[in-house]
Every structure is written in C-alpha cells, then in structure tokens.
Design a binder for this molecule. Structure first.
Ligand SMILES: [Zn+2]
Length: 232
C-alpha cells in the first residue's frame, strides 16, 4: 500500500479512531471537576469533548499522518468543541495518566510551554491518585531523568507547588504571547507570576527554577516555548 501525502477529507479528528468507553467518560468528567477546583474555569467554555485514540481509521489508513501522539485541541472555540487524542489504548498502564495530563490542557489549550507541561503532569499525578488510578510507569522515570524535558518540567512544577501552594494555581492565569509570535499560542508569564509572590520570596522561586533552565531551553521550538525568568 502506498501512502498519500495529502490531507484526509474532513476534519483531522475524523481520521482517527473514536474512544467509546464509559469508564473513560466517567474519569474525564471527574478529572475535569478536579481541574476546575484547582485552577478555575476553562478560558474557553467546554461544551463537548471528542475523544480519539491517535490511530488512523481504516478509511484514513492510506494517509501519511502521525499516530500515537497525545494532544488537546480546541477545534471550535465558538461552540466549545475540543478534541483530546490519547497515544495509547484504554487498558494501557499510562492511559489514565495521559488522559489526566491532557485534561489540564483543556483549561487553556493555547498555552504551549514547559511550565504548562509540568503543571499538566503534576496535575495528572494528583488526579490519578485522588481517583484511584495507577500513574503508569511515569514516576520512577520522572524523578530520575536528567534529560527528558517532561521529567524536568514535572519536578520543577512540583517543587513550585510544594513551596507556593496558594499561588501555584494562579500560574495558568498569567499568560503572554508565545515566543514564535503567533497570536494563537501563549506561554505562561513567569515574571508576572513571580512578581505576584509575597515580598521576600521571589528568590526562592528563582532558585527552584534555575537548575532546570539549561535543559528546558534546549527543548524549545515549534512545539514548546520556555521563558527563563528575567531574574535569572
Ligand atoms: Zn501536555
């Protein structure tokens, strides 16, 4: 079978397999409640979430398009229509961990930076633990890896959350245009957030972030932005 480089007809999510699973729907609803409770209401009101396993449908099999990625997208902000793609099958040990991570992105899918990735991963751990789901094989890797930017962003944000539990949920509300200049994407405005911390504690936040900036800076580009705080 030769693959086509063309774009499948219809919206992208039609090229991927729907996830139809009542346990998934129940988990998603509960996780969304937890996310709202911690971070506040979604920037774009959520009306409908389409769940997709990022595997091509048989109709789309001839197209050369990506598979096995996890991603949250708002496809229609007027109608609050979102698509969540999950890169593993239901039943995989990382399934709920990925789903909870993507759920945090539903609150503001426009933020694409390493602070947000860390927030989503830390949130995923809390949500899975609160709802009695295993957190896949992430923990051991995430506490050890020196190179994986997901692991580093997880540790950085988990330290910030421990140190500033009251101010941490506000992070998502301080945004700035993403470094690539596109109005569609945003990053977390880390300087504004640090400025909002109590007097005398700004250095503490900078000290937490500092060990992570070299590696995270290396992993910026098309996908993820990273702004080093101006105090470093
Ligand atoms: Zn993410």
């Amino acid at each position: 079978m030769s693959l086509s480089n063309g774009k499948p007809p219809g919206p992208w999510h039609d090229a991927y397999q729907p996830i139809e699973d009542p346990d998934t729907d129940a988990f998603l609803a509960e996780v969304l409640e937890l996310a709202r409770a911690e971070f506040g209401e979604p920037v774009i009101p959520i009306n409908q979430i389409l769940l997709r396993r990022s595997r091509k449908t048989s109709e789309a099999r001839r197209y050369r398009i990506g598979e096995d990625f996890s991603l949250t997208e708002c496809v229609d902000s007027t109608n609050g229509l979102f698509v969540v793609y999950i890169g593993v099958d239901p039943g995989h040990s990382n399934y709920y961990a990925l789903l909870a991570h993507e759920c945090a992105h539903l609150l503001n899918p426009q933020i694409t930076d390493w602070y947000m990735e860390g927030i989503a991963t830390v949130f995923s751990e809390q949500a899975c633990s609160a709802l009695g789901k295993e957190w896949g094989d992430w923990k051991r890797h995430f506490i050890k890896s020196r190179r994986d930017p997901y692991a580093l962003s997880y540790r950085m944000m988990s330290e910030l959350r421990d140190a500033f539990p009251v101010h941490y949920p506000q992070l998502m509300h301080y945004t700035a245009p993403n470094g690539n200049g596109s109005a569609r994407w945003q990053r977390i405005n880390i300087d504004q957030w640090i400025a909002s911390l109590p007097q005398g504690r700004h250095e503490e936040a900078l000290d937490i972030i500092e060990p992570y900036i070299d590696v995270l800076n290396k992993h910026t580009g098309k996908l993820y932005d990273f702004a080093v705080p101006s105090g470093l």
